[in-house]
Design a protein around this ligand. Structure first.
Ligand SMILES: O=C1NC(=O)NC(C(=O)O)N1
Length: 310
C-alpha cells in the first residue's frame, strides 16, 4: 500500500525524520529505527563534533518552530560507528547527513565516507541557515556547482543534496540546470526557511538567543513554500533524481500533498519534535485513509500527478 521506490530500493513507508530532529544520539536513532518510519537520517555531521549555538536555540508555536541550533553534533566517527553496527542487523538503507563548515572539511568527510563500509544514502546539507557568519551554500550557485563537481570526482555511493527554499522561478531554473549535470540520487527540498523571527509580545523579546533571535522556520508556516520547491524541482530535474519532500508535514493530508507534487520520500521535522515517533504511525494511517477514500491502492497511482488549470 505505502511502499515507495527510491533508487534501487523500496521503502515500506515513505516517512522518515528530517535531519536534526530526534537523530542526535544512538538512543534517538534506535527509536527511529524501531518506529513506523521507513528509514531515518542522522543529524548533519561536521568534521569535528560541535556544541552548536547557545541556548535557548529552539522554540515552538502552534504553527511551527524556529531554531538556530548551529549544527551541534557528536562528530563523524560517532555516527559512522552507529551506522556500521546498524547495517549489520538491518537491511533497510539509512541516510547519513553531512554538513559543510567549509569546502575542504566537506571533501575530507565525504572521502572518509566513500572509503568506509557505509552502504546507505548520503545527504549533503548545503543549506544550514544557522552558523553565524556562514551563508547558505546553496544560495551561491557557482560554489554549489564547484562543490558537486569536486564531490562527484571521487564519491561513488548514492548521494543527494538538502536544499534551502528558493522563491524565484529563475532560481529554480538555474539550480535545476546545475543539479541535472550530476548523478544525484535525490534532492531534498526544503530545509527550514532561513532567518525568520518570532516575537514574545508578553516579554517584548525574541524567543531564541543566537543571532539576535533570527532562525530557521519550520512547521505549518512553511508548507506552501515546501510544496512549491518539491513541485518546481520535480518538474525540472531528470527523472533519475528523486525528490524528498520536507516542510510542514503534520498530517496524512500534508503527506498526500507532498506526494501529489512529486515527492518520493517524506521527512518530518517540527511535528516529530512536538509529537515524538508516534507521529509516523498517525500520519501513515491518515494517508492510507485518504488513499482509500480516493480509490488509490498505491502511491505510484497519484505521485506527481498534480493538475493545473487548462
Ligand atoms: O541545516 C540545518 N537546518 C536547520 O534548520 N537547523 C540546523 C542547525 O542549526 O544545526 N541545520
Amino acid at each position: 500500500m505505502l511502499e515507495t521506490a527510491f533508487q534501487d530500493y523500496t521503502f515500506q513507508s515513505p516517512l522518515m525524520n528530517a535531519s536534526g530532529v530526534h537523530c542526535m544520539t544512538t538512543e534517538e536513532l534506535n527509536e527511529l529505527a524501531n518506529s513506523k518510519a521507513g528509514t531515518f537520517v542522522t543529524k548533519s555531521v561536521t568534521k569535528q563534533k560541535r556544541q552548536g549555538n547557545p541556548e535557548p536555540r529552539y522554540y515552538e508555536t502552534d504553527f511551527g518552530s524556529i531554531n538556530s541550533m548551529g549544527l551541534p553534533n557528536l562528530g563523524f566517527d560517532y555516527y559512522l560507528d552507529y551506522l556500521k553496527k546498524h547495517q549489520k542487523i538491518a537491511s533497510t538503507p539509512v541516510f547519513f547527513s553531512v554538513a559543510s563548515m567549509n569546502m575542504q572539511d566537506n571533501i575530507e568527510t565525504l572521502k572518509r565516507l566513500e572509503d568506509s563500509e557505509f552502504r546507505g544514502f548520503t545527504e549533503l546539507n548545503l543549506s544550514c541557515p544557522n552558523v553565524p557568519g556562514k551563508p547558505q551554500v546553496a544560495y551561491d550557485f557557482e560554489t554549489t556547482e564547484k562543490i558537486l563537481t569536486e564531490v562527484f570526482s571521487f564519491f561513488t555511493k548514492p548521494l543527494g543534496v538538502k536544499l534551502p527554499p528558493y522563491f524565484d522561478l529563475v532560481h529554480f531554473d538555474q539550480m535545476a540546470t546545475i543539479l541535472n549535470k550530476f548523478p544525484l540520487a535525490f534532492v531534498n527540498s526544503i530545509n527550514s526557511v532561513g532567518n525568520g523571527l518570532i516575537v514574545d509580545t508578553e516579554k517584548e523579546q525574541v524567543v531564541i538567543k543566537p543571532k539576535e533571535g533570527f532562525g530557521g522556520i519550520g512547521g505549518q508556516y512553511i508548507k506552501p513554500t515546501a510544496l512549491a520547491n518539491v513541485r518546481a524541482f520535480y518538474l525540472r530535474l531528470n527523472p533519475s533524481i528523486q525528490i524528498i519532500g520536507t516542510g510542514g508535514i503534520t498530517s496524512g493530508q500534508d503527506a498526500f500533498e507532498h506526494l501529489l507534487c512529486g515527492a518520493s520520500m517524506l521527512q518530518i521535522g517540527t511535528q516529530l519534535y512536538k509529537e515524538g515517533t508516534s507521529v509516523f504511525s498517525r500520519v501513515l494511517s491518515e494517508l492510507e485513509a485518504i488513499m482509500d477514500a480516493k480509490g488509490y491502492s498505491r502511491i505510484e497511482q497519484f505521485r506527481g500527478n498534480l493538475k493545473t488549470f487548462e
